[in-house]
Design a protein. Structure first.
Length: 201
């Protein structure tokens, strides 16, 4: 168990390092304006993600009595993700005249929405003690984000294309890895719940 926990911590650290690399790439290949736009987009989107996140990962991970079905968390996460993008877009287009800057803010908000969906998957995996899935997902997200973001900013020099590439990288990991393991972990969690109730009776 300790080893699994350490792999998750390592994956999280690697993911955090990748975020720093993205800023470095934006500075190196996009210039000060690009990194400024990215920083502002993160400043708008990150608090919204935290505000609307509702600690759903912790909620689903600790809901061992199945107070709410997993489908409830999925629907709530979907609503929250849409709200993050809508509110970020409203802030962007109301308070900023620069169309590109506004588009970057929306793109980064989409990144945060997808990250939230992945975090919900991690909660289900944590509840089912499938911690290795979390660490692998962190690694995949980190490598793809750096590769696709870096490639986009290197070849285009445009932070908007880089932000879109970042969003696509996270979406790919969610659709082709997180979602598949989410379904498996959900089944395991429900099966464990049924077994616990049966043994209790």
């Amino acid at each position: 168990m300790m080893f699994k926990t350490l792999t998750v911590v390592g994956g999280r650290v690697f993911f955090g390092l990748s975020q720093w690399i993205l800023i470095t790439l934006a500075t190196r290949f996009g210039g000060l304006e690009a990194v400024g736009q990215l920083g502002l987009a993160l400043a708008v989107s990150t608090p919204l993600s935290m505000l609307f996140g509702l600690s759903l990962r912790s909620g689903v991970a600790t809901d061992v009595n199945n107070t709410f079905p997993i489908g409830f968390y999925v629907r709530l996460r979907s609503v929250v993700s849409v709200l993050i993008v809508i509110v970020a877009a409203a802030i962007a287009f109301v308070f900023f005249d620069d169309v590109q800057l506004s588009a970057v803010i929306v793109a980064v908000a989409c990144v945060k929405a997808v990250e939230g969906a992945s975090e919900l998957s991690y909660g289900v995996a944590q509840r089912s003690a499938k911690l290795q899935m979390i660490s692998i997902s962190y690694l995949l997200r980190s490598v793809l984000a750096v590769s696709m973001f870096g490639g986009a900013i290197y070849f285009s020099g445009n932070i908007l294309w880089a932000a879109i590439a970042w969003f696509v990288s996270g979406s790919l990991v969610y659709m082709f890895y997180d979602l598949r393991h989410f379904n498996s972990a959900s089944h395991s969690a429900v099966s464990a719940q049924v077994e616990n109730r049966a043994s209790g009776e």
